[in-house]
Design a protein around this ligand. Structure first.
Ligand code: TXE
Length: 493
């Protein structure tokens, strides 16, 4: 088994604990790599390296914005060359389909290129200030050391969403990947040096949330925390960061509604609902885990949905014919099965799946059968809590108001889908839905160009799109006297 090291100040080193964690392959259930078990001493060293790389005289700070952009472009090109290798590593580490990880890895370069392009377009403003004899302008400046904390479901994609704007804005980074899927991050680490980033601009510390994540979030020299993960952990991270008055962005998942009206193209809608929940084995923050179906088409829609979902092929995620892979982590596998049990106990009707998969093609992997519940009532936990697995609830609605009420009746607000042929209805729904992303007659589309983030408990701030770079900048207002006079010192100018 390959034994990895931590990246600190441009050097690979063993963890100070002298301990390594086994990274598990969710398809075989067996360890396949050894990942350093970092700790506070490693975090301190990484933050010190990132702080040194950010200091006024550093190579990074003296580089022009165009130079930074060129490095990001080069990084994007290197990722493109390494995409296939990195995609395979991600599949072995998190069990997601190779087809999905390959698509992500081939797309990731665009984040580095897009934000590389933005790096030298970060401009202040000259403000036509209301005070005579004064010139006022703004500067947009980087924050300092950014802590990027990422989850296991799309390890490199979600890291790129943070690293690309953070670096384009001129910050330095300490990146803590999930303890369940760190291998791709550690392989990615060498690309920073190859692209020409000065040592210490990006540092990588692997390990557990309490042993690495907490010392990182609470470190006094960390200026910003960019986090993707569960909402409970996000809440803790937010509280810890608040004590240090740090900048924070949070992306915390959801309970997204995929709403199908009776005028929709039903073939497309059935397809969209299936892709919303069973793609990536439901382990995406944008999973459309609640299908809201107009009552007049509910029976027909349910039958068509069940018929399509039953055809889903489970198996080895490296196999190109597989459509549903295993659950990434053992605790997550148990959590998904727990939710299925609770839904049954609360009286939801399990129309499909509802158990661990014992098909021969699933081997000893952590598989859960694609599961569909009907008769789901609003107060049930399955209707309110994020399962993060292949589990769909179907809920009928009577009219537009009813659909909006049910869709918005959640603490989350990450995404929603609307299926309708009516432009009026589509526009009205996009306005009324409390979600950071609304798709109409499509689902699960993302781009480096379009802002992504949550309303309500789904998070704070935006990733991707031009908005994202603002999350890594702070504004300085500069006042210059051009009057040459000496105003009354006892009165505010
Ligand atoms: O995530 P955690 P977990 C949801 C999903 C899942 C649940 C739990 O519902 O079932 O979260 O998953 C680090 N201080 N999502 O436990 O704990 C941790 O090491 C600082 C939604 O795997 O949120 C990892 O690097 N950091 C989601 C990262 O936080 C801490 C994606 C995320 O782990 C920490 C994944 C601490 N105290 C899960 N504790 C999405 N939004 O897409 C943990 N971490």
């Amino acid at each position: 088994m390959k034994k990895y090291q931590l990246l600190v100040g441009g050097e690979w080193r063993d963890p100070s604990s002298g301990a390594w964690l086994e990274s598990m392959n969710p398809f075989t259930g067996a360890p396949w790599a050894l990942v350093p078990r970092g700790g506070k001493a490693d975090v301190d060293a990484a933050v010190a390296a990132a702080k040194a790389a950010f200091c006024r005289q550093s190579e990074w700070r003296r580089m022009t914005a165009t130079g930074r952009g060129a490095l990001l472009h080069r990084l994007g090109d290197l990722v493109a060359v390494e995409a296939e290798r990195l995609a395979e590593i991600e599949t072995r580490d998190n069990g997601k389909l190779l087809a999905e990880m390959r698509a992500q890895l081939n797309y990731i370069p665009q984040w580095f290129r897009y934000f590389g392009g933005l790096a030298d377009k970060i401009e202040g403003r000259v403000i036509p200030i209301d005070k005579p004899g004064v010139f006022n302008f703004t500067r947009e400046e980087p924050l300092g050391v950014v802590a990027a904390i990422t989850p296991w479901n799309s390890p490199l994609l979600l890291a790129a969403w943070k690293l690309a704007p953070a670096l384009a804005a001129g910050n330095t980074v300490v990146w803590k990947p999930s303890e369940f899927s760190s291998v791709s991050a550690l392989e990615f680490g060498e690309l920073f040096e190859r692209a020409g980033f000065p040592p210490g601009v990006v540092n990588i510390i692997t390990g557990f949330g309490n042993e690495v994540g907490e010392p990182l979030v609470t470190h006094p020299d960390v200026a910003k925390v960019a986090f993707t993960g569960g909402d409970r952990t996000g809440e803790q991270v937010y509280q810890m960061a608040a004590r240090g008055i740090k900048h924070v962005t949070l992306e915390l998942g959801g309970k997204s509604a995929n709403i199908v009206f009776d005028d929709a193209d039903l073939t497309a809608a059935v397809n969209g609902v299936v892709s919303g929940i069973f793609a990536a084995t439901g382990q995406t923050c944008i999973a459309g885990s609640r299908a809201l179906i107009h009552r007049s088409i509910y029976p027909e829609f349910a039958e068509r949905l069940l018929a399509l979902a039953r055809t889903a092929r489970m198996g080895d995620p490296l196999d190109s014919g597989t459509q549903v892979g295993p659950i990434t982590t053992r605790p997550q596998y148990e959590k998904v099965l727990d939710y299925i049990r609770i839904a049954k106990e609360e009286g939801a009707l399990c129309r499909m799946g509802g158990a661990a998969a014992s098909r021969p093609e699933c081997g000893s992997g952590w598989f859960v059968e694609p599961t569909i519940f009907t008769d789901v009532r609003p107060e049930m936990r399955i209707a309110n809590e994020e399962v993060f697995g292949p589990v769909l609830s179907i809920i009928p609605f009577d009219d537009e108001e009813d659909a909006i009420r049910i869709a918005n009746n959640t603490v989350y607000g990450l995404a929603a889908g609307v299926w309708t042929a009516s432009m009026r209805r589509a526009l009205m729904m996009t306005e009324r839905l409390e979600a950071g992303t609304v798709w109409v007659n499509t689902y699960r589309a993302i781009s480096y160009m379009s802002p992504f983030g949550g309303y309500k408990r789904s998070g704070l701030g935006r990733e991707s799109g031009a908005e994202a770079i603002r999350e890594y900048l702070q504004t300085k207002s500069v006042w210059i006297d051009i009057s040459g006079s000496s105003p009354n010192p006892f009165v505010m100018r």
